[in-house]
Design a protein around this ligand. Structure first.
Ligand SMILES: [Zn+2]
Length: 80
């Protein structure tokens, strides 16, 4: 796997994995670094976290495939 520059777009595609702790360490570090410098991604992260927390509260598996892709579509919209 080659290293990928962490941009808003890249981060959005990794966000659900990030929140679920599924990101490889290097990607997680890059994501954290980007988040500390990018306000728009910080906002997106906050709302994504809410969605994930809500899903967890209802006792479902973290996120279903459909939830994930719906969420991702929304996030991609937000960063454009
Ligand atoms: Zn960003």
């Amino acid at each position: 796997m080659t290293e990928q520059e962490m941009t808003c777009e890249v981060l959005a595609t990794h966000l659900t994995d990030f929140l679920e702790g599924d990101l490889p360490e290097a990607a997680e570090a890059a994501a954290l670094e980007h988040l500390s410098t990018c306000q728009s991604c910080e906002g997106v992260l906050a709302s994504t976290r809410e969605v994930v927390a809500l899903a967890n509260e209802h006792g479902r598996a973290p996120l279903s495939k459909e939830d994930r892709s719906r969420l991702l579509a929304k996030l991609m919209d937000a960063v454009e």
